[in-house]
Design a binder for this molecule. Structure first.
Ligand code: PLP
Length: 398
């Protein structure tokens, strides 16, 4: 079949591929310790569910304005101001079908052939493909485990060229949990202003940060508006992944361009989900610290458990809900090797140990694995037991 060059430039999301493979085994009755999915295991809070039910009962089931209902756009900018210190108007906000859609639309209206986009690695799997789909070239900058995987302005500066159009920062980061400090963010913003580059700030995990970090948005910095594009989502903060509501905050002409794309593609995000998101933005936030406390306990257990496996190192993630251990001592041809590379290792762990996780290669980080700890402590214990068994059997055999 003759498909377009555009579609041939990208691949199906590797995280989706892992989830599908695990689901197939589960369907056969196999008990999988599942560290695959990047989504909260908590239900959507009751008050949000009730708002959606009310919206259905009130027949809020018609088309809405393409960019989202005005009360939601107003509530998002008010929430962002209150929680993260920005100062946007509703006209500088558009509601999208999830954070991924927000990124896709923003990149599609700003990036074209010949443009370069700077992307710190390890990166979330969708960024490079969204850039390539638009015709742009991802320019990868490595972050380092010893710095907690935080992106550094000095590294970004080295790869800026006249073709650079955008820098993407995702803090806390999926897959590493790396957090960019406010001071470093300011340096990155200063660079972007100096070179007239967009700074796309993916804040989807903003409220899941561990001490000493605090939720932060670079949109709170003075005079940031001209360069900053905020990407946000209710998916993680409010355990609403399936509702598909995200948003973009940016200068009004950019918001208008995104509304134009939406008007010819998705039209409005689901009306009912918008009313649910409206309640998320206006209602109580008391479920957020409860989830965070649970993630903190899981983080402690999983990081300590991974570190206790011989040959495995693991940084403390500053935020999000992923552990990102380095397993390179067990890869290759050496005496402790159990697989050639991390992709083969992930396959082996799924098929033999029945542990689902994502190989680091999918995130531009061969030698690592990503484990989502958005799962119960009990399942974390079970998964660690299986991992330890697989890794130490290799040691015993050598
Ligand atoms: C870094 C990052 N950005 C954006 C998203 C998009 O989330 P959603 O489209 O559900 O809002 C995700 C989801 O996993 C993510 O990890």
């Amino acid at each position: 079949m003759q498909l377009t060059n555009r579609i041939n430039r990208i691949q199906i999301s590797p995280t989706a591929a892992v989830i599908n493979a695990a689901e197939q085994l589960k369907a056969k009755g196999v008990d999988i310790a599942d560290f695959g999915p990047g989504e909260p295991d908590f239900p959507t809070p009751d008050h949000i569910k009730k708002a959606a039910i009310k919206a259905i009962e009130e027949n809020r089931s018609k088309y809405t304005p393409t960019g989202g209902i005005m009360p939601l756009r107003e509530a998002i900018v008010a929430w962002h101001k209150r929680e993260l210190g920005s100062d946007y108007t509703a006209k500088e906000c558009v509601v999208n079908v999830g954070g991924k859609h927000a990124i896709f639309n923003t990149v599609s209206v700003l990036i074209q052939h010949g443009d370069e986009v700077i992307l710190p690695a390890p990166y979330w799997v969708s960024f490079p493909d969204i850039i390539k789909y638009a015709g742009g070239t991802p320019v990868i900058v490595q972050t380092r485990a010893e710095n907690g995987f935080g992106a550094k302005a000095a590294d970004i500066e080295k790869v800026i060229t006249p073709k650079t159009k955008m820098v993407i920062i995702n803090s806390p980061c999926n897959p590493t949990g790396g957090v960019v400090t406010p001071e470093e963010y300011e340096r990155i913003l200063a660079l972007c202003r100096k070179h007239n580059i967009w700074l796309m700030d993916d804040e989807c995990y903003s409220h899941f940060v561990y001490e000493p970090h605090k939720p932060f948005s670079i949109a709170s910095a003075r005079d940031s508006k001209g360069n900053v594009i905020v990407i946000g989502s209710v998916s993680k903060t409010f355990a609403m992944t399936g509702w598909r509501i995200g948003y973009t905050l940016a200068p009004e002409p950019l918001i208008q361009a995104i509304i134009k794309v939406q008007s010819q593609s998705t039209s409005n995000p689901t009306s009912i989900a918008q009313y649910a998101a409206l309640e998320a933005m206006r209602g109580t936030m008391e479920t957020v610290p409860v989830m965070l406390a649970e993630y903190a306990a899981r983080r402690k257990r999983i990081v300590e458990g991974l570190r206790a496996i011989p040959g495995v190192t693991c940084e403390w993630p500053g935020g999000a809900f992923y552990a990102f251990p380095n397993v390179s001592a067990h890869l290759g041809e050496g005496k402790d090797a159990i697989a050639k590379n991390c992709t083969d290792l992930a396959k082996l762990l799924l098929e033999q140990a029945h542990v689902a996780l994502v190989p680091g290669a999918a995130f531009g980080a061969p030698g690592f694995l990503r484990l989502s700890y958005a799962t119960s402590l009990e399942r974390i214990e079970e998964g660690l037991r299986r991992l330890r068994k697989t890794f130490t059997r290799a040691e015993a055999a050598s």
